[in-house]
Design a protein around this ligand. Structure first.
Ligand code: ZN
Length: 273
């Protein structure tokens, strides 16, 4: 790999490969370069015989603010078909690849995870969050169903998934833990240590057994229909983009984005993130 500009890669414990989002000045917004570099780093780790566990972490106060809308602005010029194919290749299929990596993956999450930020942590096997972590997907307010890897109901249960999508407000780490979306909630200063301890513990167990256990749990979800549900939701997502394009001339409702940013600022000012 050419020297990555959007991520950092290290091996902090024996058998543990850590990939860290390294764009804190932009709240780790995902541009094309970041997604390409993540994809390559995960593939390398999955093939490297010295790696047993993969950790996904993030620099800075927030895990990820989602897609970098400036970098993906060209999608607004695409035809509906080109847009559907692009998001399938660059967003959706990659989430599937990451979700189906042979090796176990652990997301280490602090601060805000917004919209497609969730598309980085939900494909992971375990999620360790700090107390300040919050999770939201406000994009239903912009005229689409939710972000492209639509596993919301599987992660949160149907009723909470609907509230997350309808209201656009964040859920806390504690609530995500209660819902089973997060494995452990720890103090911010202990987040890295706890994550690496768990990663090292798993790395010290039978890689065959762990990988087969992962494949089996994933197969259970697949047998319940998760891949079909995600596929259908993806086409519904593009019904949203196409409708927005017809009504506003752009693939999402940009006026609604501005309104959502204002609401988020008001929440932050009120101390409710
Ligand atoms: Zn989209």
């Amino acid at each position: 790999m050419a020297a990555p500009t959007r991520i950092r890669i290290d091996d902090p414990r024996p058998g543990v490969r850590r990939v860290t989002l390294a764009r804190p000045e932009a709240k780790n917004a995902q541009d094309r370069a970041m997604l390409d570099q993540l994809d390559e780093a995960f593939a390398q780790a999955d093939h490297d015989p010295d790696v047993r566990v993969i950790v996904l972490a993030a620099e800075g106060d927030d895990f990820s603010s989602g897609h970098d809308l400036q970098d993906f602005k060209f999608l607004g010029e695409y035809s509906p078909d080109e847009h559907r194919v692009y998001e399938d290749e660059v967003f959706l299929q990659r989430c599937w690849k990451w979700r189906n990596l042979r090796k176990p993956t652990i997301a280490q999450v602090q601060g805000r995870t917004i919209a497609s930020g969730l598309m980085l942590i939900w494909p992971c096997d375990l999620i360790i969050a700090s107390e300040d972590a919050t999770f939201s997907d406000p994009v239903a307010g912009f005229g689409v169903n939710g972000h492209e890897f639509f596993v919301h109901a599987w992660e949160l249960g149907p009723r909470k998934a609907k509230e997350l999508l309808f209201r656009g407000t964040p859920i806390t780490a504690e609530e995500a833990h209660r819902l089973g979306m997060v494995n452990h909630v720890v103090r911010r200063e202990r987040l890295e240590e706890v994550t690496l301890d768990i990663a090292a513990e798993i790395a010290d167990r039978s890689p065959t057994g762990v990988q087969l256990a992962k494949a089996s749990v994933n197969a259970s979800l697949d047998a319940q229909g998760l891949p079909d549900a995600v596929r259908e939701a993806y086409f519904i997502h593009h019904l949203g983009h196409t409708t927005c394009r017809a009504v506003t001339g752009y693939s999402i409702d940009l006026a609604a984005v501005a309104k959502e940013v204002e609401r988020a600022r008001a929440r932050a000012a009120a101390g409710t993130r």
